[in-house]
Design a protein around this ligand. Sequence first.
Ligand SMILES: C[S@@+](CC[C@H](N)C(=O)[O-])C[C@H]1O[C@@H](n2cnc3c(N)ncnc32)[C@H](O)[C@@H]1O
Length: 542
Amino acid sequence: MIDKSCVKCEKPSNSFCTNCKLVHYCSRECQKADWKTHKTQCRPFEIKKDEKFGRYLKANRDVEADTIVVSEPPCIIGPKWNNEDEDPSSFTFFCVGCFEALKDLRTKCPNCLWPCCSEECIGLISEELHAIECAFLKAGRGPANKTSIKSVKEYFRQDALLALKILILQRRNPKKFKSLMEMEDNAENRLLTLNFKEAEDRINYLEDNFLKPLKKAEDKSNQVVLPIKDKKILHKIFGIIETNAMYINLANGNEICGLYPIGCLLEHSCLPNCSYSFDMKNGFKINVKAAREIKADEHLTTTYSHILWSTQLRQQHLKDAKYFTCSCERCKDPTELGTHFSTLRCLGSDESPCNGYQLPTNPISPNAEWACNKCPMRIKSDQVSFLTARMNDEIEKVFASSPTCEVLEELIEKLSQFLHPTHYHMFTLKHALLQLYGKHKDCPIESLSEEVLLKKLNLCNELLQIVQTLDPYAIRIPIYIGILYFEKHVALKEMIKRNNNCANIEDARKCLEEAERILKNETDTEQGKQLIQRVADALLNI
Ligand SMILES: C[S@@+](CC[C@H](N)C(=O)[O-])C[C@H]1O[C@@H](n2cnc3c(N)ncnc32)[C@H](O)[C@@H]1O
């Protein structure tokens, strides 16, 4: 039973720590005075370390669903380190103060002359944002040719800024710098990788433009501003960023990166038990939540990869980006928990055609063969990756051409000769197709035949069953799932209108309520906001 006296002064008390609800305090003062002691017990997890995971978080008691387990400000935030464009002169440019995308590079920070959205941007003077690096950028070399757009763009590259900010923290905030330097950098695994090579290019840029001029000034004045600034520390910093950076979606559609002392310790699982969001109005604080009840001793997990990818793709991505092999329940199961998200049809041979399925013999071993569940036919794993990559190219090409229902139906028909009906490529195509049924003005929902309307409903049910297995707590793909519930409601509502006995209004309402619940935190993106609005409007009209 909870002792209802203040843990600090033992006076009777009705208030308690709102985070863990385990200890009582009579006043704010007593709570504050006890924080140093309580903070280690308050957390529902411990930081552990082992050979396999490095540091990780382990629940030290049962944690109820929806409990905030971590709430902390970032050590550092900054522009993304991995610019998708290869040519620095075609990079997208963001304001150095608030990360707003810039149409041109005309407006400049009055002090360092780096591009910004407005001279009044408050990020320019924020201690947590641009103020960290402003003086260092000011001392930089500047574009080689100020009249050449190419040269100007090549100078103001932002994929190295986050690393520079971290380097500068050794002077501006040694405590944060120390905490960052304790993070995993995968030093040995990165050697000779593409990431390493690309980091080398960013390091040369930082050295040539900022660190060599700084060293010269330091030598001249006999004053050391940044004690450590060699290639070794810069590679360590890039390794830390690549391994740990979390992506933050801004309201304007841009993505930036953040590094968090505890948040970054969340371990990967393809079946995670935590979700997280960022508080943009509160210094980009991260709030990590238990997405379901977590039992004492369970590890706290998130997903570093994409839930709607096959095991082969997820494993490849985790190996390339984070240098480990995931051995979660989904990855170890050739059927991906019965969803058959990777399963191919077995084509057999000319002499003996087969109607079985090809599954990986060992899904977490990249080179293990695939075997049919009915005949002796085996295929190599790189044949599977080649085939699925070709299909992916075809699907992307079709999506880029704003396909009609007929085009998608044809492609599904074609690929169904090779893929299990719930293969991840089929999932993607079916998810797009069911939204198209009844979407366009020239083909409204009222005009769909009974058969197509029923097909829309069946597709929603088929895909909902898959997502309930792959993301049962709607942690990673809430928008995909929200769309399925919304479209199911659309189909049901139309069936009710047509007096179809299979549909009832309560089921349609439940779909909307489920969509509303799943989407409640999706307010950071335009797509999320629009869907929430559509669901809210539909709830009013049902
Ligand atoms: C974001 S960091 C997590 C914190 C890190 N373990 C540390 O000690 O700082 C990601 C790294 O943790 C390790 N890791 C995370 N999840 C893992 C998993 N499921 N299996 C094996 N290693 C994992 C890998 O080394 C990965 O590159």
